[in-house]
Ligand binder design. Structure first.
Ligand code: ZN
Length: 339
């Protein structure tokens, strides 16, 4: 290769994709209540960018992390683009801002299910972490305690499972549909089970001072002969949609519409999500109730295939079928959403 080409290639490789002077992508509502920082947004071979959303009521120094597929890397990347700059921290040590956010701001983990693309960052960051509660359905906590933080795959970081235990994380089993106050915060959370291939996943409703945001772990569409988990969840949150307490949802759409029915692995395509959202509109008493509902799309599968960017393809599929006036946003790593 000629020298000048090598130099160009080297320059390109060395050019940071982000730097301290760039500004984060920010979506801002007219009257925001929560700050959402996307620490990781994809699935598949995107290690370093897997589902992980920091949610903070504005004006507070308290946040929860919904799933933790990517954590340490996601915080460092968010810090590099300035996405953590609005979080009030007390810089009293040599810790980076990302380190302060990890140790001071994130008060709890909400783990939807134990698949590695939702917990890998939690595992790898745990030695640097401070003690925290870990909220999940009992099935998920049991898997984490017995099969992950078990002194074989990783140290026993939790307060349950095989001994000896490090006990840094306190497992809190959530009762489906029951509101729990998050300890040391002003937030309430409620969990609902979701069907996801052979495991149970979870949706978390986070509420603070009359506002709410709904985060979905991986979910499949309700099947006629199976549990109606999405339907039941929509019925539970419909009043909050109707009175505009809940106007933002984070949910995964993993594959484009062309993906075959028998290879969904418990995930959604755009047409599946649109069908389910139409059902929400019906339950709310009319589609006008969900017009303008903000739906942040997560968990797009990254593969090694060339061809059209799957994120663009899924966005187009969603917009082509969007006869309900929903506002779709494709989640981007290190972006901020003031909602
Ligand atoms: Zn999963």
């Amino acid at each position: 290769m000629p020298l000048r080409h090598l130099k160009t290639l080297r320059d390109r490789l060395q050019t940071p994709r982000t730097n301290a002077t760039s500004t984060p992508v920010t979506f801002t509502d007219a009257h925001p209540h929560f700050e959402v920082i996307a620490l990781g947004v994809r699935s598949g071979v995107a290690d370093g960018n897997l589902s992980s959303y920091l949610i903070r009521p504005l004006g507070t120094n308290e946040a929860v992390l919904c799933d933790a597929g990517t954590l340490g890397h996601g915080l460092k990347r968010a810090e590099a683009v300035g996405a953590l700059n609005d979080i009030p921290i007390m810089p009293n040590s040599t810790l980076s801002r990302a380190g302060h956010v990890l140790k001071q701001t994130i008060r709890a983990y909400l783990i939807s299910h134990a698949h590695l693309d939702h917990v890998a960052g939690l595992v790898l960051t745990s030695p640097e972490d401070t003690p925290k509660p870990l909220y999940a359905l009992s099935q998920t906590n049991a898997i984490l305690a017995e099969n992950l933080f078990n002194n074989r795959v990783w140290g026993a970081m939790g307060d349950k499972g095989p001994k000896p235990r490090i006990g840094k994380y306190t497992y809190h089993n959530m009762e489906p549909g029951q509101s729990h106050t998050l300890q040391d915060t002003t937030m309430n959370i409620t969990a609902w089970p979701l069907s996801h291939a052979s495991t149970t996943s979870t949706a978390f409703l986070i509420q603070q001072k009359g506002s709410a945001i709904l985060y979905f772990g991986d979910t499949q569409a309700d099947q006629p002969d199976g549990p109606q988990n999405l339907h039941n969840l929509w019925e539970a949150v419909a009043p909050l949609v109707q009175n505009n307490t809940l106007n933002t949802i984070i949910i995964g759409v993993t594959y484009p519409d062309t993906h075959p029915d028998d290879a969904l692995c418990g995930q959604l395509r755009p047409k599946d999500l649109l069908t389910s959202l139409r059902e929400l509109g019906h339950i709310c008493g009319g589609r006008h109730h969900i017009r303008g509902l903000r739906v942040i799309i997560s968990h797009v599968k990254e593969t090694f295939h060339d061809g059209e960017c799957p994120t663009r393809q899924i966005y187009r599929d969603l917009q082509d079928g969007n006869d309900i006036g929903v506002h779709f946003l494709m989640a981007e790593q290190s972006a901020r959403y003031l909602v």
